[in-house]
Design a protein around this ligand. Structure first.
Ligand code: ADP
Ligand code: ZN
Length: 677
């Protein structure tokens, strides 16, 4: 029986980010466990805390201090106990966040709030029976007979579940990856274990959920952050109690409280949304890897366009590579036609004549069309024709987007809006030019081109209302509408056999983003969008409008040639020393006082250079220099091992925080960043 408990208090600051020691009173001895939530005195306050160790003797750092007793136990379920402790401890160290921040990521806010809310009141936790988790009638989705390639992939996954290496499943669009996951999960359940299936936010569609529930029935619990709070809490508790065997969800579902995990599936593993972009800036792949290790569970990363880093890891033998190079239907991959958009006059249509003709043809043949464009709104910016200045956001260093239907200029970073100006704030000119078009303008053009067709637009503006996205998709699925146009919301996951034509408007714009992964991302996007075409009986065509047709990413996408892209990228990264040939850690400093931000980040960069353990690039202004009226600067550290670099940076920042040197400036450590903006 331990006498002392070390407790993480619910105050998240770097300076206080360590456990505090408390006495365990005799009457609470039975209920204070590793992972319990407790109520403790802290200064003159009462706070909630999380028990991270139980000791029989005082640790050295606690000696000489007054040791006060724990005043109450808020929840003694211990959740997933040791695993949660180890995992969040690892996250706080690896991602350079506080332990509390890691815990807050691992336990959903509604659940945590519920527990913390018991402070002082000491209510016994309420037990509610989980509501029926299923939509009442999900059509049964029977198992399909696997192709030989699917059989091989399933075999590799089963071996992974039995202690074999993780599997990287590289399966072209339409190769039937979902069927493989479904059968692997079924077998895992039959063996008496639980499974987790993670998909990107935009792929968690009704269609996807129905496939899982239609096959696996009420064992499946869907978890994502857009669920109503009460439902999210109930479902989490149902998993905690062992009533659900499969967690199907987005990024945060990687923390589903399953205690007998046998298999973790990460679909579309290349997706950058698997990295959380605020603290804790964790990678879902990494957390999944840790959890799989803890449970001796299988792990499969699937994609039609694996990330360069994962593919390299597979080639190095860290993953077992399973390849599905053919579509399950036997249909071939779509033919990609390149449309060179150079030398087209300013003010010409967004849709090139060849694509326009193809759209007309498909509509006449009663087939369906998907049109992809990389931005919403009417036009990218409004530019003064006299002085050339685009109308920008007053708080962020980006141009405002013109939304015609709402009659608004809008900032896509901070949400600032204003009416379109009559006169240029810079030169008082009154003539404005429209920048490149977005979804709104494309819709107008398509409507004029094929007035007889029903066109649906799907972007963040048309899907604000809950359920709107599903309504649009089901209208398209039923064939009521013939054309679906939209942003990346339509790029992946959709499996509609009547789609025989895909048009891509600004196919290579992604290449202009200042990021070493730009070519990789461009290729992934082109391949994923193209993959919506020709999934049924009729072969598909893709029309790809680009300005730089000779770029490798574009050529590789046309030829469905992942290998060419991989070889070129890997060679370049080796030469320039980028991942996977080094590890990156990015530190961002931001604040309203530009000079102070610059001073702090420069001091940090000098300190890090002085350590001689990493290569430090910068400091420089971030590509997104100003956001919500804060100036942003960053340094990029290239190192051999992430942990050592993060430790060095964390120690420096903790010392700064203790000396209160950083008021008004916030620092963010981003270990293995996915975004460099
Ligand atoms: P991916 O995720 O690899 O792009 P999906 O899993 O969506 O592909 O499958 C594409 C289509 O192929 C789906 O309509 C699916 O029902 C079908 N399919 C998958 N496996 C088989 C199979 N073994 N036999 C026949 N059809 C299959
Ligand atoms: Zn803004």
């Amino acid at each position: 029986m331990g006498k002392y408990a070390r407790v993480i208090i619910d105050i998240s600051t770097r300076a206080l980010d360590h456990p505090f020691t408390y006495l365990i009173p005799k009457e609470l001895a039975a209920s204070v466990k590793l992972g319990s939530f407790v109520e403790v005195p802290f200064g003159f306050q009462v706070r909630a805390g999380f028990v991270v160790s139980i000791d029989t003797e005082l640790t050295e750092d606690a000696q000489g201090f007054e040791i006060r007793p724990i005043s109450a136990v808020l929840d003694d379920k211990a959740y997933w106990g040791q695993e949660l402790l180890d995992l969040t401890r690892f996250m706080s160290r690896y991602y350079g966040c506080t332990w509390l921040e890691a815990l807050q990521a691992a336990i959903p806010a509604p659940v945590l709030k519920n527990i913390m809310g018991r402070l002082h009141t000491k209510r016994a936790p309420r037990r509610r029976v989980a509501k029926d988790n299923q939509a009442p009638s999900v059509p049964v989705y029977p198992a399909l007979r696997l192709t030989a390639q699917q059989e091989d992939a399933l075999l590799a996954i089963n071996e992974s579940c039995q202690g074999g290496p993780p599997v990287l499943l590289y399966g072209v669009t339409g190769s039937g990856k979902t069927e493989v996951y479904l059968q692997a999960v079924s077998q895992c359940l039959q063996a008496g274990r639980q499974a987790m299936v993670l998909v990107p936010e935009l792929s968690l569609t009704h269609q996807a959920i129905q496939r899982y529930q239609g096959r696996l029935g009420s064992a499946v619990g869907v978890l994502h952050s857009a669920l109503p709070i009460a439902e999210r809490r109930e479902r989490w508790w149902a998993m905690q109690r062992g009533e659900l065997q499969v967690a199907l969800g987005t990024r945060s579902a990687v923390f589903a409280p399953l205690r007998n995990l046998g298999l973790i599936v990460i679909d579309e593993e290349h997706e950058s949304s698997y990295k959380q972009e605020n603290a804790p800036r964790y990678s879902t792949r990494q957390v999944a890897y840790k959890r799989a290790r803890f449970h001796n569970a299988g792990l499969v990363l699937g994609s039609a366009t694996p990330s360069i880093e994962s593919y390299y890891a597979a080639k190095q033998g860290h993953y077992r590579l399973a390849v599905m190079s053919e579509r399950a239907s036997g249909q071939c991959l779509p033919t990609v036609h390149l449309l060179d958009m150079r030398r087209r006059s300013r003010g010409s249509k967004m849709i090139a004549p060849d694509l326009a003709e193809a759209i007309r043809q498909r509509i006449a043949d009663r087939q369906q069309v998907v049109l992809y464009i990389n931005r919403r709104g009417f036009s990218k910016y409004l530019q003064c024709n006299d002085c050339g200045m685009p109308i920008g956001c007053p708080d962020c260093s980006i141009p405002l987007t013109y939304h015609k239907a709402k009659g608004q200029m809008r900032c896509h970073y901070c949400g600032f809006t204003m009416p379109p100006p009559d006169i240029c704030p810079n030169c008082q000119g009154t003539n404005f030019l429209h920048g490149k078009g977005g979804t709104e303008r494309l819709l107008n053009e398509v409507a004029a081109l094929v007035p007889e067709a029903k066109v649906l637009r799907m972007d963040r503006d048309t899907t604000e209302k809950v359920g709107e996205r599903e309504r649009i998709l089901s209208e398209f699925a039923s064939g009521e509408a013939q054309i679906l146009l939209g942003t990346k919301m339509i790029a992946k996951g959709l499996d509609y056999p009547q789609v025989t034509l895909v048009g891509i408007i600004n196919g290579d714009e992604e290449l202009n983003v200042p990021d070493f992964r730009a070519a990789e991302r461009c290729f992934q996007m082109l391949t994923q969008v193209s993959g919506r075409a020709g999934r049924g009986q009729i072969a598909g065509d893709v029309y790809l409008q680009v300005y730089a047709p000779e770029q490798l990413a574009v050529q590789a996408a046309i030829n469905h040639d992942f290998a060419a892209l991989y070889e070129a990228e890997i060679q370049q990264r080796r030469e320039l020393l980028y991942p996977p040939f080094c590890r990156l850690v990015r530190v961002i400093a931001s604040g309203a006082d530009e000079a102070a931000v610059w001073e702090q980040i420069t001091a940090l960069a000098e300190y890090l250079r002085g350590q001689r353990t990493m290569t430090v690039l910068g400091p420089v202004a971030c590509p997104l220099e100003r956001l919500q009226n804060k100036y942003r600067y960053h340094v990029l550290c290239k190192c051999g091992a992430v942990q050592a670099a993060v430790d060095t940076i964390s120690d420096y920042l903790t010392a700064l925080a203790k000396r209160r040197k950083t008021e008004g400036i916030s620092f963010a450590i981003d270990a293995e960043p996915q975004s460099l903006s």
